[in-house]
Design a protein around this ligand. Structure first.
Ligand code: NAI
Ligand code: 13P
Length: 308
């Protein structure tokens, strides 16, 4: 395919894994990071694609900086951040699209533990956009024999799958840390998916998206892998550490911690039932022990599996 110029924002674990995939496919990659030597304007200049893989805490700030810098009219934005904005509860793609309404925005999300991808182990992901051509271009840029990229027309669903599963990964880490067994884990992940679908429906996402790679796929990856930082938060808290102690030694960002707080706010505003998230939040706040959180979930009112 035609060689493209890609500006990558962030130089963390995920940004560098994606940079390697694009470089290996022969594209020109420029990387910007805070404190790095390359200026933001140099990275943006004539870029076909700007890919953001910075943590949620930096997204609004970087978007504001970029609004005043010159951009090519055809630049496609790709967001790979899995988080929610604490002030507005917006997703990263909503922030990017709000600031750059005339540019296509593509969400990239899937079961993509960066440590495995950097070893060229096989993986698949999803690129989702309202602009099909933009999604197809990004698909071509990153596809390879070890990274299979699917397109999807539901960006909010794809983005929420990757974002909400981080909370379930914390809960799954607790489940394994308490040695609750395979049945408990299956119940947690399945009910976690139901909770994610309920939140997604309220947000306007398509239900079927959550049964794809970015929803169920990413749940399976992060709820079962010690490589997941979110899983590690739950696992280590079940072992008796406080959140502060866990975060002090965690390599990189565990977005689920902030996402949980934002989701509590949004669920209250929109009257969405999120029992698992509530218990994860109470645990992270130090209001309940892992065992108490489990008991709260097991002793909820009994009810039908689905509201018909
Ligand atoms: N590591 C992984 O396996 C995957 C991570 N993600 C998502 O990608 C995002 C980044 O994750 P990682 O690369 O793992 O995290 P990381 O902690 O390794 O890197 C975070 C990057 O964001 C930058 N950053 C943080 N705050 C910033 C600010 N205020 N302004 C500018 N830059 C800022 C850091 O300098 C760093 O370059 C997260 O939202 C994560 O959920 C998504 C898929 C896979
Ligand atoms: O999103 C991820 C894999 O798809 C990375 O998970 P963690 O952020 O929990 O490490």
């Amino acid at each position: 395919m035609q060689k493209t110029t890609i500006g990558i924002l962030g130089a963390g674990a995920w940004a560098m894994a994606l940079a390697n995939l694009a470089t290996d496919n022969g594209h020109e990659v420029r990387i910007w990071s805070r404190g790095g030597k390359v200026s933001l304007s140099a990275v943006l200049q004539n870029a076909d694609i700007i890919l953001s893989a910075i943590s949620m805490t930096g997204v609004s700030e970087i978007v504001s900086q970029m609004e005043f810098l010159p951009l090519s009219a055809k630049t496609i934005f790709v967001t790979a951040t899995k988080g929610l904005d604490p002030q507005t509860t917006c997703t990263p793609s909503q922030i990017w699209q709000g600031a750059f309404p005339d540019h296509p925005v593509v969400v990239l999300s899937g079961p993509n533990l960066s440590a495995e991808i950097r070893q060229s182990l096989p993986a698949a992901t999803v690129v989702a956009s309202k602009n099909q051509k933009a999604a197809q271009l990004v698909q071509q840029v990153f596809s390879s024999s070890c990274f299979r990229v699917y397109t999807n027309p539901d960006p909010i669903g794809v983005e929420l799958g990757g974002t909400l599963k981080n909370i379930m990964a914390i809960a799954a880490g607790v489940c394994d840390g308490l040695h609750l067994g395979t049945n408990a884990k299956a119940a947690l992940v399945t009910r976690g998916l139901t909770e994610m679908v309920r939140i997604g429906q309220n947000w306007g996402a398509k239900t079927e998206t959550f049964y794809g790679l970015s929803g169920l796929g990413d749940l399976l990856a992060t709820c079962n892998s010690p490589l997941s930082r979110n899983y590690q938060v739950g696992y280590q808290m079940a072992g008796g550490k406080t959140l502060v102690e866990v975060l002090a030694n965690l390599p990189g960002t565990a977005e689920g911690v902030n996402t949980c707080q934002v989701l509590i706010k949004r669920a209250q505003e929109h009257s969405i039932a999120i029992p698992i998230t509530e218990q994860v939040y109470a645990l992270l706040q130090g209001e309940v022990t892992p065992r108490q959180a489990l008991e709260e979930l097991m002793l909820r009112d009994i009810k039908p599996e689905y509201n018909c």
